[in-house]
Ligand binder design. Structure first.
Ligand code: G3P
Ligand code: CA
Length: 242
């Protein structure tokens, strides 16, 4: 593990392009991010679509629940967020992002949005897509729904446990899931020895969503393994200045 903090583009370079779109992912590659974070939901016909919300409403011209729509309809909706610079932008499938990143050295953090909407077997489906793309050494799965990872030995991919509240004895908890990493809200990392305790157990700390200069500086100085940020350019600049 490198001792330099990695910079992962949250939903792609979402400060400068519509979130979770090919444009946002391309921009992250061009800017020189070390990795990309994205969110996956599943369509009615079983496609792994990259979108944060369970519905199309907030980020696209469409409406309704992703799980109730088929990909042929979803692919038609506009995902430009009303920005003329991104006219024609569409949602994309996980496979397209895997293809984009395969020739790079970048890490991909796939967040399984398997929460309120439950997608049985989505973790295995994602793992299969990752294997097919030959990217098992550069993908980490994460989820707020930790239960789906319990006893999961078939995935063959590292797991990151997302959380908002500080978990009691988090290093023991993460160890019990066989997690490679925890993905905390960065504001929960104030306990002075927490990072050290996790690192002592070989558990990486990938913190989100770190967007302000002062917070980025703090995370870099404290030695988290990755910051997940909308502000890729700022993060690169701050890291270079330290
Ligand atoms: O993976 C970190 C972060 O993306 C989790 O929250 O709501 O942005 O998916 P959210
Ligand atoms: Ca996410």
């Amino acid at each position: 593990m490198s001792n330099m903090t990695s910079i992962w583009a949250h939903r792609g370079a979402s400060a400068v392009a519509p979130e979770n779109t090919v444009s946002a992912f391309r921009r992250a590659v061009e800017l020189g991010a070390d990795g990309i974070e994205l969110d996956v939901q599943r369509t009615a016909d079983g496609k792994l679509v990259v979108i944060h919300d369970e519905t199309l409403d907030r980020t696209t011209s469409g409406s309704g629940r992703v799980v109730e729509a088929v990909w042929d309809d979803i692919r038609e909706v506009d995902a430009s967020a009303g920005d003329p610079a991104f006219a024609g932008e569409r949602l994309c499938l996980l496979e397209e992002v895997l293809e984009l990143l395969a020739p790079t050295q970048m890490v991909l953090n796939v967040e399984l949005k398997d929460g309120v909407e439950h997608y049985p077997g989505m973790d295995l489906q994602v793992a299969e897509a990752v294997r097919a793309a030959g990217m098992t050494d550069r993908v980490i799965l994460s989820s707020f729904n930790h239960v789906q990872f319990a006893g999961s030995t078939e995935l063959g991919l590292p797991l990151g446990l997302l959380y908002v509240e500080l978990l009691w004895a988090v290093e023991e908890y993460a160890g019990a899931f066989g997690a490679a990493a925890v993905h905390p809200d960065f504001r929960t990392l104030s306990e002075p020895r927490l990072l050290e305790r996790l690192h002592d157990k070989g558990i990486a700390v990938n913190a989100w969503t770190v967007n302000r200069r002062a917070d980025l500086e703090q995370m870099f100085r404290r030695g988290v393994d990755a910051v997940i940020t909308d502000e890729v350019e700022l993060a690169l600049q701050v890291r270079a200045e330290l």
